[in-house]
Design a protein around this ligand. Structure first.
Ligand code: MD3
Ligand code: FE
Length: 202
C-alpha cells in the first residue's frame, strides 16, 4: 500500500515496524565496528547528525568533499557488511514501488539527537540516478521537508515516524529535501534519538 506523493516518490507507513527490533540490533552491531562520528563538511562545519555506514561503500564527507569509499576513514578498515535484514527490507520496499532492479551497496546510518537537523540538499554523489533511494526511520518522529527540483520551491512537510519507509526514484530522485530539528522525546526502542538508514547504489 505505498502512498504516492509526487510523480515518483512513495511513502510506506510502518513498512519496517515489525522488523524494527532486529534492524536496530543489526545497526548497533555495525556501529560497534564502525563508530558513529560527526562528518565535517567541505565548508569546514560539522554536521549535527552522528553518522556511520555499512555495505561495500560508505558515504563520507570531509574538507575535500563528499564521496563514497570502501574504507572507513576512522578505522581505516572496510565498512561492516550490510546486514541481510536491512538489505532485504530495502529491496522489498523498492520492489513494492515498482523498482525491481534496486541493488543497494551503501547504507548511511544517521543518528539524530535533540536539535540535530539536516538542511535542504540534493543527493547527487551517486553514479546512476536511475537507481532509487530507500530510507527507513526509527525511534523519535521528525518533520521531513520535501522540496522540488529547485532550492527555492517551498518544501512540503511530512511527519516521519518509527517504522516508516520512503522510496524515491525517477525525477524525484534529485529533489531537494531535509529534516527539521529533532524535538526532545522518548521511544522504547531508541530512547532519545531518531535513527535514519538511507540505502543507495553508490
Ligand atoms: C528525497 N537523510 O542522508 S532520508 C541523506 O532523515 C538524507 O537522515 C535524511 O537526506 C534523514 O541524504 C532524509 C529520506 C531521503 C533520502 C534521500 C532522498 C529523501 C530523499 C533523495 C531524494 C529525495
Ligand atoms: Fe539526502
Amino acid at each position: 500500500q505505498p502512498q504516492q506523493f509526487g510523480a515518483t516518490a512513495y511513502y510506506l507507513p510502518g513498512f519496517v515496524e515489525q522488523s524494527a527490533p532486529s534492524i536496530i540490533e543489526a545497526v548497533r552491531s555495525c556501529v560497534r565496528q564502525a563508530p558513529l562520528r560527526h562528518f565535517s563538511t567541505p565548508g569546514g562545519r560539522k554536521m549535527s547528525v552522528l553518522s556511520s555506514n555499512c555495505g561495500e561503500y560508505g558515504w563520507v564527507s570531509d574538507n575535500k568533499g563528499y564521496r563514497y569509499q570502501q574504507l572507513d576513514p576512522v578505522t581505516e578498515r572496510p565498512w561492516p557488511e550490510m546486514p541481510q535484514v536491512i538489505k532485504k527490507a530495502a529491496i522489498a520496499a523498492a520492489k513494492d514501488c515498482g523498482f525491481s532492479q534496486f541493488e543497494p551497496d551503501a547504507c548511511l546510518i544517521n543518528v539524530y539527537s535533540t536539535g540535530a537537523a539536516m538542511g535542504l540538499h540534493q543527493d547527487k554523489d551517486e553514479s546512476d540516478f536511475s537507481q532509487p533511494i530507500v530510507s527507513f526511520s526509527f525511534g523519535l518522529p521528525v518533520t521531513f521537508l520535501w522540496g522540488g527540483s529547485r532550492r527555492t520551491t517551498k518544501p512540503a512537510k511530512i511527519e516521519l515516524k518509527h517504522g516508516d519507509v520512503l522510496v524515491w526514484g525517477g525525477e524525484s530522485r534529485l529533489h531537494f529535501h531535509g529534516v527539521k530539528a529533532l524535538a526532545e522525546g522518548h521511544h522504547t526502542l531508541t530512547s532519545n534519538v531518531r535513527i535514519n538508514l538511507t540505502l543507495r547504489k553508490r
